[in-house]
Design a protein around this ligand. Sequence first.
Ligand SMILES: [Zn+2]
Length: 338
Amino acid sequence: MNDSGFDRYSRQLLFAGIGPVGQQKLLDARVTLVGCGALGSFQAAALARAGVGNIRIVDRDYVELSNLQRQWLFDENDAAEAAPKAVAAKRQIARLNSTLHVDAAIADLTAANADELLEGSEIVLDGTDNFETRYLLNDYCVRAGIPWIYGGAVGSYGITMPVVPGRTSCFACVYPKPPSGAQPTCETAGVLGSATALVAALQVSAAMKWIVSGEAPTGITTVDVWSGEIRRVEQPPPDLACRACGRRDFTWLESRRRTPISMCGRDAVQIHELTRPVDLAELAARLRPLGQVRCNEFALRFETPPWLLTVFPDGRVIVKGTTDAAVARSLYARYIGA
Ligand SMILES: [Zn+2]
């Protein structure tokens, strides 16, 4: 570390938990962020300011005006040009700490590219918006022995939990199955920027502590920024019967799940990743404030220009208006729920 490094990080060097040795570990560290929305953009900025030397940002989406309320790193120019989030994040980080190495990957994390995107990470931070990607991330990290920090937020509520393979329960221990039925999402129930920032701040602290000490604060922490309630419950130990960390069955890495299919010549993508039924009437009620909804017992059609989503009771969705599977999956996560 040179003199400007000592100056830049002086308040962190004074902190007993970090000091010069810890700061050097941060400068040498390699961290991957999966998803660069509300959680990921806060994580990226905080890690960059703290001097984490190698940051890879993976995101499949682009910046929109409605992101700016909570996605700390982006500005009106990014939204006006619909910049890919990973690229916009890298550009903004260069302005606040030009000494780091940032790698922007415009990609949807899948079984096929997980190795390429996650290999060599010291720790991975979750900034995703759906259970499927988290199961995939969990399978990869448990198999590779890489810790990752789960985080999620909706409304004024947030949750975070570290997964340290071999030491703590993993994501599949705690959530053996995705929640059934349509779930509230940030697009249907809204989300406060203070809730996502708080969750992301806890994730960043856990990552920094892991990097400097090889320990992470364990426990499942839930927060509600509207009521002011913060709770922490003990995290169970690894479950011997767990599919992932117990039986080491890494289903999500083996692409046994159905993948999105571009529908030839139709400017549409079919998504059928889940095998759970959807209550169309309930979904219609949630989507009605957001666009035009037509619904009968066979299908629900939801129009949010330029896209048209057709949802079938078995959970299958056809997204018209794109041939890009990443865009279709993003719309699916937004409106149907993870
Ligand atoms: Zn497990």
